[in-house]
Design a protein around this ligand. Sequence first.
Ligand code: 5BU
Length: 256
Amino acid sequence: MTKTYGERATSLPNKTAQELFTLMERKKSNLAVALDVTTKQEFLDIADKVGPYICCLKTHIDILEDFDQDLIDKLKKLQKKHDFIIFEDRKFADIGNTVKHQYSKGIYKIAEWADIVDAHAIPGDGIITGLKEIGLPLNRGLLLLAEMSSKGNLATGAYTEATIEMAKRHKDFVIGFISGKKFNSCEELIIMTPGISLDISNDDLGQQYKTPRNVIENGSDIIIVGRGIYGKGKDAVVEAQRYRNAGWEAYLKKFE
Ligand code: 5BU
């Protein structure tokens, strides 16, 4: 039987995962916004606008041209105000020792403010062990990239299978996958899905879009929407509401 998000909060040991499920149920939202803008002003402005409608704010912190500590302080304030999880889509892909530094040091000090980060499985288990040393004491969570949304990507078949096996060996820290569908052998893990649009099927750089309904029917838990919400000529509040409703209706359909 399909479990509600609220019921699933107790089925994972990781505190961030529990918090995420609880707030999804409370806010009635399975929408994550991918906030890919390049100035602090735009970033904070859109985050404040979409905040009430989202369960998660996904960042690419290294694309901001005027990044500073003040941005992080303000982001944390918005997180308190609106109640969402912060996911830095860092896609770590190096050996354990290197990713530890990339996660905790440098300009961005990601581990200090990002509840969730993600990683490629390509380097093997050491990438998870390294990230875990930093993240677990802070109750952070990790997603593995089991699939990608872009045309021609190599995260398929045996690679995806091996990624799932890797996640199963680290259930204290790995809370889920980036993927377009649920995997039967680890149903309790969270599936987050990028490449979502209600209006178009691709961009001109290989991105491929599906609808919220498509992916939630396939077992996705959280839809990740970027340009569909704040792209040219869009009203971010109107679009955030539209995607939030589409995502939540698709979720409710599973209980009919
Ligand atoms: P879009 O504007 O909705 O196309 O943005 C999608 C976001 O999701 C963007 O931040 C990408 O970096 C991210 N993404 C993706 O599109 N596809 C993937 O497979 C992964 C991440 Br992993």
